[in-house]
Write a protein that binds this ligand. Structure first.
Ligand code: SF4
Ligand code: SF4
Length: 445
C-alpha cells in the first residue's frame, strides 16, 4: 500500500502481545443470567434510575437518564426483571450504583427500537438519536458523543478523524471490528460528518494492521473527501493530540481541545456503535472486548452485553490459568488494575487483561540516574523526572509550573525508565491535587 506513514515525536515501542487474539474473529458471548449495569458509564454525573426493583424490562429499554448535558442514558442489555439497585465494584471508579437485571433469556425488544436510515435523518434527528442511544467514546474515555458533536458556534470544525490506531499492547477489538464490520465504521463516519457539516474525514490506522488498512480503504473507496491514513506503529499513536498532529500537522494548544484546531476525533468503535444504533435502532448495550493475557485459558475477542461480570467473561474464555497476578480493565499502558472479578463490563471496557506473575512483574524503583530517557519518550515534551520529584515531595505548585496538567497519562515515561521510577503514578497524583485545588478555589469565589 503506497500511503505515506505518519507519526509524531517521542513515544515508545512496547511489546505488542497481540498475537493471541489478532486473528480471532469476534464471538458473541451468551448473555449471563444476571447483569449489573452501572448508572455511571460516562464522564459527567451518574444517571438517575428510571426503574425500581420488581419492574419488568425489555432489551434496549432506557433504564437510566443522565442529569445534565454531559452524560448519556443507559439501557437494559437483556430483557427480564430488575432484581436490585445497589452499590458495587466499578471498573474505573472503584465503586458505583448499578441496576441488577435478571435475564429471562427472551431478548424481547423494547417498542422504542425502530431502525432508521442515515440519509433520511436531518442533523438534529441524528444528534438526538446518538444521545438517546447512550453513545460514549468507546476507546476508554467514555466522553458522551453527542457533546463532542455539539461544538460551540465559534469553533469551526473542518476535519473528522476516526481513531483506528489501537496502539495499546494486547488489544485487538478495534482491529477485528475494522476487518469484520467495515461498513458500520464507514456509515458511522458518514453520520458524524453529516452532523458536523464536515467534508473531510480520515480513518487513521497503525501500519501493523495492513489487513485493516486494506479493508477500510476498500470500504471508503467511493466516499468523496474520506481518506485512510497509515500511522507509524508507536505508542501512544492513538492519543488525540498525537493523532491530530500526525494526520493534519495541527497542534492542539496546551490546555486546549481538538475543536480548538477544527478537529473532532472519535474511536472507530464509537462510529460503528452510532451506525448500528441508527440502522438497527438498538442502543449501546453490547461491545467488543479483547480478553487476553497469559492468565486466561482461551484468549478471545468477545462481543459482550454491558453489565456482564469480568468473572463471567473470563469463564466464557475457558477460565483462569492458575492464580492471576494482576487483572486490568483496558490495555496495560493506560488500563486500570482491578481488585475483584465481580466487576461489570461497561461501555468503555476495551479489554480484560489477566496477567501472570511474570507478565505483571515490575521491579522495585531505584534512584533516578538522570539518563533523560523519560524526557525523550514524552510525547507531550514534558520533563517527567522533575514533575515527578516535585509531586513526590508534595510540592504541587512546582509540578504545575512544569506543566503537569499537560500530561496525558500515557505511561511512556514509566515504561522507558531504567530505574523503574513511579513517574506516571506520581504525576497523576499531582494532577489530581492541582485539579482539586482549582475546584475549591473556584467554589470559594
Ligand atoms: S509525563 Fe505524562 S505525557 Fe509524558 S510520558 Fe509521562 S505519562 Fe506520558
Ligand atoms: S528515565 Fe528514569 S532514570 Fe532516566 S531520567 Fe527519567 S526518571 Fe531518571
Amino acid at each position: 500500500m503506497g500511503l505515506k506513514v505518519l507519526g509524531f515525536r517521542g513515544g515508545v515501542h512496547p511489546f505488542h502481545r497481540k498475537e493471541s487474539t489478532q486473528d480471532k474473529a469476534v464471538e458473541r458471548m451468551q448473555a449471563p443470567r444476571l447483569v449489573y449495569i452501572p448508572l455511571q458509564q460516562h464522564i459527567g454525573a451518574p444517571c438517575e434510575p428510571l426503574v425500581k426493583p420488581g419492574d419488568r424490562v425489555k432489551l434496549g429499554q432506557k433504564i437510566g437518564q443522565p442529569k445534565g448535558f454531559v452524560g448519556a442514558p443507559i439501557h437494559a442489555s437483556v430483557s427480564g426483571v430488575v432484581k436490585d439497585i445497589k452499590q458495587m465494584p466499578h471498573p474505573t471508579m472503584g465503586q458505583g450504583i448499578a441496576i441488577v437485571l435478571e435475564n429471562d433469556g427472551k431478548d424481547e425488544l423494547d417498542e422504542s427500537i425502530v431502525p432508521r436510515d442515515i440519509e433520511a435523518l436531518d442533523v438534529d434527528e441524528l444528534k438526538g438519536l446518538i444521545f438517546e442511544a447512550g453513545i460514549v467514546g468507546m476507546g476508554g474515555a467514555a466522553f458522551p458523543t453527542h457533546v463532542k458533536l455539539s461544538p460551540p458556534k465559534d469553533k469551526k470544525i473542518d476535519v473528522v478523524i476516526l481513531n483506528g490506531a489501537e496502539c495499546e499492547p494486547y488489544l485487538t477489538a478495534d482491529h477485528r471490528l475494522m476487518l469484520e464490520n467495515p461498513q458500520d465504521v464507514v456509515d458511522g463516519l458518514k453520520a458524524i460528518m453529516k452532523v458536523l457539516g464536515v467534508e473531510r474525514g480520515y480513518i487513521a490506522i497503525e501500519d501493523n494492521k495492513p489487513d485493516a488498512i486494506r479493508t477500510i480503504a476498500e470500504a471508503t473507496a467511493s466516499m468523496p473527501g474520506v481518506e485512510v491514513v497509515r500511522l507509524r506503529t508507536k505508542y501512544p499513536q492513538g492519543a488525540e493530540k498525537q493523532l491530530i498532529y500526525a494526520v493534519t500537522g495541527r497542534q492542539v494548544p496546551s490546555g486546549g481541545l481538538p475543536m480548538d484546531v477544527g478537529v473532532v476525533v472519535n474511536n472507530v468503535g464509537t462510529a460503528a456503535a452510532i451506525a448500528r444504533a441508527i440502522k438497527t435502532g438498538i442502543p449501546l448495550i453490547e461491545r467488543i472486548v479483547t480478553v487476553t493475557g497469559g492468565g486466561v485459558a482461551q484468549p478471545k475477542n468477545l462481543s459482550v452485553r454491558i453489565g456482564t461480570l469480568f468473572k463471567d467473561v473470563i469463564d466464557a474464555c475457558g477460565g483462569l490459568v492458575g492464580q492471576p497476578a494482576k487483572v486490568v480493565s483496558g490495555g496495560p499502558m493506560m488500563g486500570i488494575a482491578q481488585y475483584t472479578l465481580e466487576v461489570p463490563v461497561i461501555k468503555g471496557t476495551s479489554g480484560i487483561l489477566v496477567l501472570t506473575k511474570q507478565e505483571a512483574e515490575t521491579p522495585d524503583p531505584g534512584p533516578c540516574i538522570r539518563c533523560g530517557k523519560c524526557v525523550d519518550a514524552c510525547p507531550m515534551r514534558l520533563m517527567p523526572l522533575f514533575i515527578s520529584v516535585y509531586s513526590l515531595k508534595g510540592d504541587y505548585d512546582n509540578s504545575e509550573k512544569l506543566h503537569a496538567m499537560d500530561c496525558i497519562e500515557c505511561g511512556c515515561c514509566s515504561y522507558i525508565c531504567p530505574a523503574k521510577r513511579p513517574l506516571v503514578q506520581s504525576i497523576r497524583t499531582a494532577k489530581r491535587v492541582i485539579t482539586e485545588r482549582k475546584r475549591r478555589a473556584a467554589g470559594a469565589k
